[in-house]
Design a binder for this molecule. Structure first.
Ligand SMILES: Nc1ncnc2c1ncn2[C@@H]1O[C@H](COP(=O)(O)OP(=O)(O)OP(=O)(O)O)[C@@H](O)[C@H]1O
Ligand SMILES: [Mg+2]
Length: 289
């Protein structure tokens, strides 16, 4: 029997700066190839911490638990190896890298991925005759994926995220994903900051990339994204734990009533601040993408 794509067992995570402060207090989650799992939860519940812990962010420490990815011990790998093995994170807040052009960033990234986890010495990604991609093929690939995401080609010569609008940053994250073709994609609030047209384009871009061998963890506050990208499973992450798991109806319920009901059912006390922490979408901004 083959192992599921991603298995998270009793994962506890704290910030390196304060190991006593457990942000994640025992996460269990299994994602099979071909599945989309949505993770919803109030602000500060630990969603981004989970994404960072899986990707190997140096500011977090795994205090206990286990993560297996494609049958490997994920936590034993450096962040770089996790990415080369096919794990991808689209950041909630993508960083700007002035001085590095989008085109060279994408090419370096693709080359690293093509070399694989163990850096196959017979593959020289910069040499088209040894498993690399030629400049012409690379340009065609980028152009094709940019068209899919309705991006302006001029973006390729700009510096990574430097002076980008919120929506442009999120599209660049999706462009990276389209080029890397990860096996497990974690999308951390890729819908935030997008107007309604851009949301549709990005969601279509994600749907076009779904493959039977790929899994997705879709972190979002808003049910509306799930109208476009249909999750197989919906989880609620609150107080550092997954407190509820269900189907799409769970997301619809959160949109209706916020998190208070689900928190109470899971045995948590709900205070006034929780009523503000709901899953309801703000009015969409009807402006050009
Ligand atoms: N490096 C850190 N050091 C100290 N506290 C941290 C650190 N990273 C996260 N936290 C705290 O852990 C909690 C969870 O943060 P996290 O960013 O994971 O929440 P989130 O669910 O992604 O929230 P949002 O919906 O606002 O994006 C917050 O209270 C946050 O302040
Ligand atoms: Mg977050």
């Amino acid at each position: 029997m083959t192992e599921p794509l991603l298995v998270i067992r009793d994962l506890h995570v704290a910030p390196v700066a304060d190991r006593e402060l457990e942000i994640l207090q025992g996460i269990d989650l299994t994602v099979d190839a071909g599945e989309v799992h949505a993770i919803m939860g109030p602000n500060g519940s630990g969603k981004t911490t989970l994404a960072y812990a899986l990707m190997g962010h140096p500011a977090y420490v795994i205090t206990s638990g286990e993560v297996r990815f494609k049958g490997m011990d994920l936590l034993a790998l450096s962040a770089d190896k996790r990415a080369r093995a096919g794990l991808f994170l689209a950041f909630q807040y993508p960083a700007a890298v002035p001085g590095l052009s989008v085109a060279s960033f994408l090419r370096t990234m693709l080359n690293a991925r093509r070399q694989g986890l163990e850096k196959d010495p017979d593959v020289d990604p910069s040499d088209p005759t040894r498993g690399g991609i030629s400049m012409g093929d690379f340009r065609r690939l980028v152009r094709e994926k940019m068209q899919l995401l309705k991006m302006d080609e001029a973006v390729a010569s700009r510096y990574v995220n430097d002076g980008f609008s919120g929506g442009e940053k999120k599209r660049l994250e999706m462009l990276q994903m389209a080029i890397l073709q990860p096996e497990m994609a974690i999308l951390d609030e890729t819908d935030s900051g997008l107007d309604i047209d851009a949301l549709r384009i990005v969601a279509e871009g994600v749907n076009a990339q779904l493959r039977p061998e790929m899994g997705v963890l879709l972190i979002t506050h808003y049910q509306r994204l799930l109208n476009y990208i249909k999750p197989d499973v919906v989880h609620v992450l609150a107080r550092g734990r997954i407190i509820a798991t269900g189907g799409r109806e769970l997301a619809l319920r959160l949109e209706d009533e916020g998190y208070a009901g689900v928190l109470r059912e899971a045995g948590y006390e709900v205070d006034a601040s929780d009523s503000a922490l709901d899953a309801r979408a703000p009015e969409p901004v009807e402006v050009g993408a």
